[in-house]
Design a protein around this ligand. Structure first.
Ligand SMILES: NC(=O)c1ccc[n+]([C@@H]2O[C@H](COP(=O)([O-])OP(=O)(O)OC[C@H]3O[C@@H](n4cnc5c(N)ncnc54)[C@H](OP(=O)(O)O)[C@@H]3O)[C@@H](O)[C@H]2O)c1
Length: 287
């Protein structure tokens, strides 16, 4: 049985949906924090069990009978993330899975200034030490981050942010399809995948130019000092930890942590990876 965690989240839900086109439902199980949110999957014949990385004792039952487990990283950072991901990886191995997969990141690194990247590096090390066949899905930076970055620019005509750098923005749908392919074709990647990225690396100058084209109104990129940007976030009531996480993200953009572009994602899914423009067209159309 193939077990997918986080199947009530954006990536996990789409992964299960795509997996159902490749593998009989009876061979798929999900481990979710709240099984009521996965009743639609139970209706399709998928095994639904409760599992929470924060309560590792739940995972033996959730992962029972696993041949492969895809551990979708939890939306948390720091020590909590490391403990949870280690618990999930260990539980998958202990359940007898012959391959454990983990949603890592194209920018995985111990030295990145974007906080989740060292956590992914720790998870990859845990996987490598697990003694089980394993695959780290080095997913590109989610394109779904961009609408939040440009929301006020669409109102004001000014895309205000600190110094940044090119990012190969990547669509959830593409990454989910790739995960489904890798699960269905077990062993296609052993160890880390190449970076699975969108087709182009675009910085915020490029994004402003794209928005100008799509809206027909000038959107100007305004680069502000980091302190000014963080102060504005604080004034908007953004918690300090989130403000610092966001600043770290821009610094890592500027460091080039997410600028790699490969065609491995397109090859896996058998069609061109989705450009950021497609998502921005939807955002602009919804205005
Ligand atoms: N590649 C990137 O650029 C990028 C960007 C942001 C995040 N990420 C990582 O990718 C992951 C998946 O992305 P997404 O868009 O699907 O995020 P999402 O929609 O927030 O889904 C996260 C999933 O993790 C589950 N989860 C949270 N805490 C858990 C726990 N203690 N035990 C078990 N499951 C837990 C959530 O369960 P519920 O459904 O019960 O809430 C949810 O299903 C994120 O969690 C994050 O680690 C990657």
């Amino acid at each position: 049985m193939i077990i997918v965690t986080g199947a009530t989240g954006q990536l996990g839900a789409r992964t299960v949906d795509r997996l159902l086109t490749r593998v009989p439902a009876a061979r798929i199980g999900v481990s979710v924090r709240d099984p009521r949110k996965a009743s639609h999957l139970a209706d399709r014949g998928v095994r639904v069990r409760q599992g929470d990385f924060g309560s590792p004792e739940t995972l033996a039952h959730a992962f029972e009978g696993a041949e492969q487990v895809l551990v979708v990283s939890a939306m948390t950072i720091g020590p909590e993330a490391r403990v949870m991901h280690a618990a999930a990886i260990d539980a998958a191995r202990d359940a007898g899975a012959r391959r454990v997969l983990y949603t890592s990141h194209q920018g995985v690194s111990d030295t990145s200034r974007f906080a989740p990247m060292p956590d992914h590096a720790a998870a990859e090390r845990r996987l490598a030490a697990s003694g089980t066949a394993h695959t780290s899905l080095r997913n590109g930076f989610y394109a779904s981050t961009v609408p939040g970055l440009v929301a006020s620019a669409l109102r004001t005509g000014k895309l205000v942010a600190p110094h940044d750098g090119p990012v190969s923005w990547t669509a959830h749908d593409d990454l989910a399809e790739a995960a489904a392919v890798i699960l269905a074709e077990e062993g296609r990647f052993d160890g880390p995948t190449p970076p699975l990225t969108g087709p182009q690396a675009l910085d915020l100058d490029d994004v402003a130019a794209l928005l100008t084209k799509l809206t027909g109104r000038t959107v100007e990129r305004v680069t502000v000092p980091e302190e000014e940007y963080v102060a504005a976030l604080r004034e908007d009531g953004v918690p300090e930890a989130v403000a610092q996480l966001t600043l770290g993200m821009f610094r890592a953009f500027g460091d080039g942590d997410f600028d790699t572009v490969t065609d491995d994602l397109s090859t896996l899914i058998g069609r061109p990876a989705t450009p950021l423009r497609t998502l921005l067209e939807t955002v602009v159309a919804a205005q």
